[in-house]
Write a protein that binds this ligand. Structure first.
Ligand code: C2O
Ligand code: CU
Length: 502
């Protein structure tokens, strides 16, 4: 990333604020991705009625993208870069995002984790018509809640996300950050199928397989055997793993200075793979789940992330040298998922060796966190829904909720203010990261164990082989909201329902 975004990311936060001031990010956004974001209207802010609206321009188009030297692919990008430009908004700020579709096919954008009004949600056929080639669509919403969010295509997700239409969206809290930091980096993790046919192992058993413990090994082993027996379906051969659109050694090193607290915003934009982020020589202190702050940080060795999950964590830079940030999932680091953390003054050091495997590591899991109560208080009825996730049997690519494939699934019919509990039971042999549009939820229980202080998220992975998760949300945002597995193959296979909030 040789754009201003890259430069901003590598500035220390203190220095950044000194150089650009508090309003600086808005002005910066003007020049993101080669200058096409804002300037047409001649300024960052426009008046709409009495309210200031920030206008941002995104253009989706085909590009040739270099994942690593010599590894060029045909891809799709927002403003010519992968991931797309990082949008930085202030909580509560009103933003108008003008999407121009310069692709030869339709597209839309979904603002994942943002409580947008329903018509802005980007789901073709439900909240809007697909944006046709050459057309423009204007998304307008207030940026909330604060946190690490992201945006991505919601049209033929499997194909278009795989080709690169994903990007970070950071909403900065109006009341200030709950945990201090000196510097921050956003890391978008993604999987690519470049056509070599030599795929890294699938992680269909999800984060449960991340520990390398018995459950994971059994799940993984069985899964792969079954896949072999059943022919495996139409899986793209994901052979390359990237951090911010590049595979190691093309990844941009993260510069740090001794004594700093360095915040990482991890986003898993992969279609299929769980990643387990680990930084050699350092522990990671988890502060946010899907962008929502915990009461206090939780120290772990490594952080598993299912597709669409985000995690913010910081590390204390107190071990000078050059350290690899890698993924402990088999094959991922070798496929490019590696970025070096380089201490100032140690640029010429040799990187510390990569520690393999995840056995005996203390891994992040939702039950370790103490969430803050942040859902709007319910005012309506209590509702309960039991959703059984199934499918994928005998190599089929049909995936179901209560035995039905979307659009034949039964929607959750809700009234505004309802307190809604949903229990997922996974009867399939693959994990499912379930995502609710339009509002966040808290996680009450995982595998029938209650969480002492539920964390708040918008995606939650339900473990394979009879895993269960119970969530609760307040139906506060009216409209028809997609509620689905974030693995595009499962989604396209029918694992979608709707939360209809009247
Ligand atoms: Cu990020 Cu419908 O999803
Ligand atoms: Cu799934």
């Amino acid at each position: 990333m040789d754009t201003i975004i890259g430069k901003v990311r590598s500035l220390s936060r203190r220095r950044f604020l000194r150089v650009f001031g508090q309003g600086g990010l808005g002005a910066l956004a003007l020049t993101v991705g080669g200058g096409s974001l804002l300037p047409r209207q001649g300024g960052a802010m426009q008046r709409k009625g009495a309210r200031a609206v920030r206008e941002i321009h995104l253009e989706a188009r085909e590009v040739t993208w270099e994942l690593a030297p010599g590894k060029r692919i045909k891809a799709m990008a927002y403003n010519g870069q992968i991931p797309g430009p990082e949008l930085r908004l202030k909580e509560g700020e009103r933003v108008r995002i003008v999407l121009k579709n310069a692709l030869p096919e339709p597209t839309t954008i979904h603002w994942h984790g943002v409580n947008v009004p329903n018509p802005m949600d980007g789901v073709p056929g439900i909240t809007q018509k697909p944006v046709q080639p050459g057309e423009t669509f204007v998304y307008e919403f207030e940026a909330r809640p604060a946190g690490t969010r992201w945006y991505h295509t919601h049209f033929q997700e499997h194909r278009q996300m795989d080709l690169g239409l994903t990007a970070p969206l950071i909403i900065e809290p109006a009341a200030g950050e709950p945990f201090g930091f000196d510097r921050e980096y956003t890391l978008v993790l993604d999987d690519w199928a470049t056509g070599t046919g030599r795929s890294v192992p699938r992680t269909q058993e999800g984060t449960a397989g991340a520990s390398g413990g018995m459950g994971g090994m059994m799940g993984g082993g069985m899964g792969r055997t079954m896949e072999g027996m059943m022919g495996g379906g139409q899986h793209p051969a994901y052979d390359t793993m990237t951090v911010n659109g590049k595979a190691y050694p093309a990844t941009q090193p993260l510069k740090v200075r001794r004594g700093e607290r360095v915040r990482l915003r991890l986003i898993n934009a992969s279609a299929e793979h769980t990643h387990v982020a680990r930084l050699g020589g350092h522990t990671l202190h988890v502060t946010h789940t899907d962008g929502n702050p915990l009461v206090q940080p939780v120290e772990v060795d490594a952080i598993p992330l299912a597709p669409s999950e985000r995690c913010d964590a910081f590390f204390r830079a107190k071990t000078p040298g050059v350290w690899p940030l890698t993924c402990t999932q088999p094959g991922h680091t070798g496929a490019g998922e590696q970025v070096l953390v380089v201490y100032e003054g140690h640029e010429r050091d040799r990187p510390a060796p990569i520690q393999e495997g995840a056995a005996a590591l203390h891994l992040w899991q939702n039950a370790l966190g103490r969430g803050r109560p942040m859902l709007p208080p319910p005012s309506g009825r209590e509702r309960f829904f039991d959703l059984t996730l199934s499918g994928g049997m005998m190599g089929s690519d049909a995936w179901t909720i209560n035995g039905k494939q979307y659009p034949h699934t039964d929607p959750l019919r809700l009234q505004r203010g309802d307190r809604v509990r949903v229990r997922f039971s996974n009867h399939s042999m693959e994990a499912h990261p379930m995502h609710l549009h339009g509002q966040s939820f808290k996680i009450l229980a995982v595998n029938d164990r209650r969480l002492p202080a539920p964390v708040v998220k918008d995606s939650v992975e339900v473990e394979a082989h009879m895993g269960s998760v119970e969530i609760e949300f307040t139906a506060h945002n009216p409209g028809d909201w997609f509620f689905h597995c974030h693995i595009p193959m499962h989604m396209e296979g029918g694992m979608i329902t709707l939360a209809k909030i009247a």
